[in-house]
Design a protein around this ligand. Sequence first.
Ligand SMILES: [Zn+2]
Length: 449
Amino acid sequence: MRWRVAAIRLFSVVMVCGLLAIPAAGIPTQAASPLVVTFLDVGQGDAAWVKTPQGVDLLIDGGPQSAGYGVVSYLTSHGCTDIEDMVLTHPHADHLGGLVTVLESMPVYAVWYTGQSYSSSLYTQFLDLIASRSIPTRVLSAGQTLTVGPLTVAVLHPTTIGSDCNNNSLVLRLSYGSVDILFTGDVEATGEAEILAHGYTVQSEILKVAHHGSDTSTSWGFLTAVAPEVAVISVGAGNSYGHPSGTTLARLASVGAHTYRTDLDGTITVTTDGVSYFVSTTQNPVTATPTVALTRWVYLPVVARGAVGTTPTPTPTRTPTRTPTPTLAPTGTPTRTATPTGTPAANSIQITALQYAGSDEYVEITNYGPNAQNMTNWRIQSVEGDQWYTFPSGYTLAVGAYVRVHSGPSAVNNPPTDLKWTGSYIWNNDGDEARLYNEAGQLVDNWVY
Ligand SMILES: [Zn+2]
């Protein structure tokens, strides 16, 4: 706890003086509310909560569906009971899933997204919830600038919607005073090159590393233009994608960035007064322990910004004019087996991931329903090649469980979590669609990438 006190005092000094100073006895510790950005540990996925000094809450992605209750619990237990602006960078389930739970659990006053079309039952559920609540949406594209109190949000990407979902990711640069934080979604090198070609300012002290540290993102040219001091990788421990890649970690190190990872550091919080900032971490993941306290302070202010002599001018808090009634009162005991939406049985079994790059490809299917599901004669189709997989007779997917059906040279067979389809590649790297059919031949879910 000595470290925590030290961190707060030093930070307060920075707030008062406007530049880095050595803590001294007698310095008052009272200061204006800072901007707080929390990168939640949601396992394999992305979720960041931005709280402005005036108490406006932005939620940028919500992690996978499995983390939804943990996200809601973390927010409510930290005093956030509504979201002014919900941001979806792109509709992949590891970013979207938790947002659906948040929408079901607390008032949301606006949704920002790219407006892209994407075929998944989860995205349909998301859009239906927004429509049924009459939540205003804002379609963002490159070149726009939004203001949220003292916060400036520059939209750097996408300019147009293409066929690659990751490269359609919203890229947002949040500026508070002289501290900039870059949110990149899962944008890959192609999108990064487009951003640079536009000549947008990307330099940022804090970088949310794109696509969980995959080596298909964070290209050298983009990274050196951003020149981050702190890099945050939101990634699940032991994920099968191999995220983050050693190449990306090496690149980050070579530009001098201090890298934090949610799989190693837990939830990561950046606190800034617009002049300096500090980073704190906790190793308690919100997925496992929803109500966490900061337990480990590992990083003290290192940035002196003497050129900036003023602190941002506070702007009055925006007052929501409409108060949606949440349909689900958040409870203190999150549980994956509860299904607050009363999701019909047809949506209980969902495709939750499709890994198509690398020597081990797989489709992941999760049972979100209240009952175990006998998968006998259920089938998966790869639409591009019209290839089919039939589940083994008697195979049962337990409540809350997932199964991955593997293909490719490294395909493994390790029931009940891993089943082997074939040693050959199935999924087309340029885009394909997975469809899941039940024993009656009815389409249960699909996934397009
Ligand atoms: Zn992702």
